[in-house]
Design a protein around this ligand. Sequence first.
Ligand SMILES: [Zn+2]
Length: 156
Amino acid sequence: MDIQTGKYDPLTHLADERFAGVRLRWGPTGEGRWATTQWWTTEAGTPMGTITLRRGLTSAETRSTLAHELVHVERGPCATTEAATDELVALDEGITDFVAAARLLPTAALAGLSEGVAHRGVETVALELEVDVRTVEVGIALAAAAAAWADADGDA
Ligand SMILES: [Zn+2]
């Protein structure tokens, strides 16, 4: 999180010492994929690996995709083991999307997201927030889930 702007920058996050073993490169990522990430964790818990981003992504797509891949690296290969089922892989992707959206979208933006999309359209809102359309869609679901959780939890 940038102290001056309050904006999360995944490139700054990647420069953090804890990601010293993680490299970022641009190259082929496979049909329909914006990124591939190979990573592992050392016995000491240090993340190691390579994040490959597809060439030609916009800055908003790059920002959103890198934020997503960094969550994968932080969380570890929890759904990529041989024991992982399709359901576990899908759950892991959803959790990763939610964490990345929570980082990329400030709380004030999350609060007005659904209304903003209804009035200006998802592409415009995504441009304004410098994220991809998927992150806006995930943000709407995240805001709804967080609001429902807060209601169920009272005022605590
Ligand atoms: Zn993913």
